[in-house]
Design a binder for this molecule. Structure first.
Ligand code: UDX
Length: 448
């Protein structure tokens, strides 16, 4: 590899990119990079997933993603493949977006990252930039570098970059094109220049640091967001005890620009595949480094308690839950997604089943995923519905666990008529409490 090749890569505008992993992060990044003008091959070792993607069929719901994928494929900029070796050889830039699932002890399973690094090493036929996109523990970049150096056959150079994703599920496409910042953990000016060129058309602040710092920024962000949520959820408990309204408290707090209004919605707690596993991982990593992050342990505890608190509140009204008919609307961990991973609905529904309640479940997108998640439970006690009104028939309580916009447009007069007892437990403080009470409902909120 001569100087000529080296210079030409740094001065390119569009790159041949390989994205490894076609999950929530990898697919959005692939389609997003294709839209920015790069030629992207998205690789996954799940043949079924790739076969579906080749037919332009997505296996999860993410607003705007399907049309973005279609556009990329139509323009000849986005491809799907399970041939990782070939994709690596043909690429100048490689994004690693494989899964980093949690282990029992809260640490992160990095097996997929290590496997991928070995395949990259074996197929490293020219200088390449290798980018960690998955959320990984601090020091993973060092391990990636060590592994690739150890297994590479040829005398070629490479750079490792940490470029953490800050994509929210349900808004991931928007977040890709409108990032609040781009964090680049780099070790060489060459890699920095290439990364800047890749993201050139995204107008935002680019923060450059070393790799360890970039990895830590990601831990710090998700942990801080989780802390903010558990803080307002703790305040919600005090509001219930003191007879105050957490919504107004949050408003009053959020008007202070040092605090900000976002992430101050009290409710049944946070879920999803990022915040819960990321705080576990950060607690674990901190301990390994020699610091007891007790604050995060408390954040986790408050989040867990919020779900049992909600069930207790329902019990206060309905007393014994055995054979009570409870409708649950909103099963995914938040609106705009069908993702059930670590959704608060799982713990809440399990508790209600334990109390022998009869459950009638509805979600605008997540019924398919929910059926898989609850397949192990006493299925005779759970029924799934395709539309909300049949689900509430003869129910003693309607629980709202996710703030899907369509729930605010429901015909509550009709719902009151259909229910056996007009009790609404709003786990997201999302509905209009006064309006529901005027209609004759008993309303349970969180801290209001
Ligand atoms: C999060 C981070 O926001 C994102 O930057 C990171 O890249 C991935 O993890 P995500 O998991 O998609 O994104 O969900 P997010 O929108 O952050 O919500 C997380 C959880 O917090 C959800 O269960 C949501 O319902 C809950 N939440 C959020 C609240 O309970 N109250 C709020 O005010 C905000």
């Amino acid at each position: 590899m001569g100087l000529k090749n080296k210079l030409s890569l740094e001065n390119k505008k569009n790159f041949n990119i390989c994205v490894i992993g076609a999950g929530h992060v990898g697919l959005v990044v692939s389609a997003g990079l294709a839209k920015l003008g790069h030629r992207v091959v998205c690789v996954d070792n799940n043949r079924k997933k790739i076969a579906l993607l080749k037919r332009l069929s997505l296996i999860f719901f993410e607003p705007g993603l399907e049309s973005l994928v279609r556009e990329g494929v139509k323009r000849g900029r986005l491809y799907f493949s399970y041939n990782l070796a070939e994709a690596i050889k043909n690429s100048e830039v490689i994004f690693i977006a494989v899964g980093t699932p949690p282990k029992e002890d809260g640490s992160v399973d990095l097996t997929s990252i290590e496997n991928v690094c070995r395949v990259i090493a074996q197929n490293l036929n020219s200088y390449k930039v290798i980018i960690e996109k998955s959320t990984v523990p601090v020091h993973t970049g060092e391990k990636v570098k060590e592994t690739i150096s150890r297994y590479k056959k040829k005398n070629v150079t490479f750079d490792v970059v940490s470029n953490p994703e800050f994509l929210r599920e349900g808004k991931a496409v928007y977040d890709f094109f409108n990032p609040s910042r781009i964090v680049l953990g780099v070790e060489s000016q060459r890699a920095e220049k290439i990364l800047r060129a890749i993201y050139k058309s995204l107008k935002t602040t680019i923060l450059v640091s070393d790799i360890n710092t970039a990895e830590l920024i990601k831990h710090a962000c998700n942990s801080f967001l989780a802390t903010k949520l558990s803080f307002i959820n703790a305040i919600s408990r005090i509001c219930d005890l003191a007879g105050a309204d957490v919504e107004r408290v949050a408003e009053g707090m959020g008007l202070d620009p040092r605090i900000g209004r976002d992430f101050l919605r009290a409710g049944v707690g946070f879920g999803g595949f990022c915040l819960p596993k990321d705080i576990d991982a950060f607690i674990h990593i901190s301990k390994k480094l020699g610091y007891d992050f007790s604050l995060l342990k408390e954040v986790k505890k408050i989040n867990q308690e919020q779900k049992s608190y909600f069930v207790e509140k329902i019990k206060e009204y309905l007393w014994v839950l055995k054979d009570k008919r409870i409708a649950v609307f909103g099963l995914s961990f938040k609106p705009g997604t069908d993702d059930m991973r670590f959704s608060p609905s799982i713990d809440i529904i399990e508790s209600l089943v334990k109390e022998k309640a009869l459950l009638f479940l509805y979600d605008p997108q997540a019924i398919g995923e929910a059926k898989k998640v609850f397949s192990g439970l006493a299925t005779k006690k759970i029924k799934f519905f395709k539309e909300p009104y049949s689900a509430v028939k003869e129910c003693d309580c309607l629980c709202i666990l996710t703030e899907w916009e369509e729930f605010s447009r429901l015909n509550f007069k009709k719902i009151k008529f259909l229910m056996r007892y007009p009790l609404i437990a709003d786990g997201r403080n999302f509905l209009d409490k006064e309006k529901l009470e005027r209609l004759g409902f008993k309303y349970i909120g969180i801290g209001r």
